[in-house]
Design a protein around this ligand. Sequence first.
Ligand SMILES: C[S@@+](CC[C@H](N)C(=O)[O-])C[C@H]1O[C@@H](n2cnc3c(N)ncnc32)[C@H](O)[C@@H]1O
Length: 232
Amino acid sequence: MREVVSFVRRGERMNPSQQRAWDALSGFYVLDVPPGRRKTAIAADAQLDFAAAFGREAPLLVEVGSGDGATLEALAAAHPEANLLGFEVFLPTVASTLSRLDRAGLKNVRMLVADAQQAIPILLGPESVAEVWTFFPDPWHKARHHKRRLVNPGFARTVARVLVPGGRWRLATDWEDYAIWIREVLDAEPQFAAEFAQGAPRFAQRPVTRFEQRAIDAGRTIVDMSYVKVGG
Ligand SMILES: C[S@@+](CC[C@H](N)C(=O)[O-])C[C@H]1O[C@@H](n2cnc3c(N)ncnc32)[C@H](O)[C@@H]1O
């Protein structure tokens, strides 16, 4: 049986410039973990030493579903004091991300080509992450696909577990029904408190990505949300 995953399964073919970027840059930016049985999964006993992987100890900021890396680039530049880790399953966009990071001279980012839902509980320890970002997760509109939504009670517990007390999960979506769904899920998770009662102001450091621009052009409203791990 196929496992329920939060992403669309797509081809892996890279264009020539993506392939060049991958060949030249993946050794530096992409973390190597033993694979699991299904594609994009990692081995159940995989381990990573993040201080060694980044070459330093620093607060860890994690983006889930980093797409072409526009947000990672902006946030890595805004946070030179932090280590940034991007999870993205779609290889060609990871390759584009590598070019982008290299052009910008950013050395404080690493990528994991892995399903974050499966890999985070394995690789990230409790209270090891300062912030998690999830911007424009796939909306999975149809009711029979709601089980594929990345934001769900199980993943909310996973994110809460890895965040430090007082750490934030920042999210944004351009779909009203998904915004309502996210609020219901995170309001029901006792380890999270909404930072703003009326919806968060736009996270100022978040750039307008291709996805967001498309949503704005289509007349949709962007909803930002910010949840704080309680207990700190
Ligand atoms: C709609 S795109 C948004 C990309 C980016 N955040 C932006 O704003 O441009 C969602 C991305 O999340 C990735 N994704 C979805 N589920 C994921 C998962 N479980 N682990 C890693 N990446 C995931 C998809 O491959 C896709 O690239």
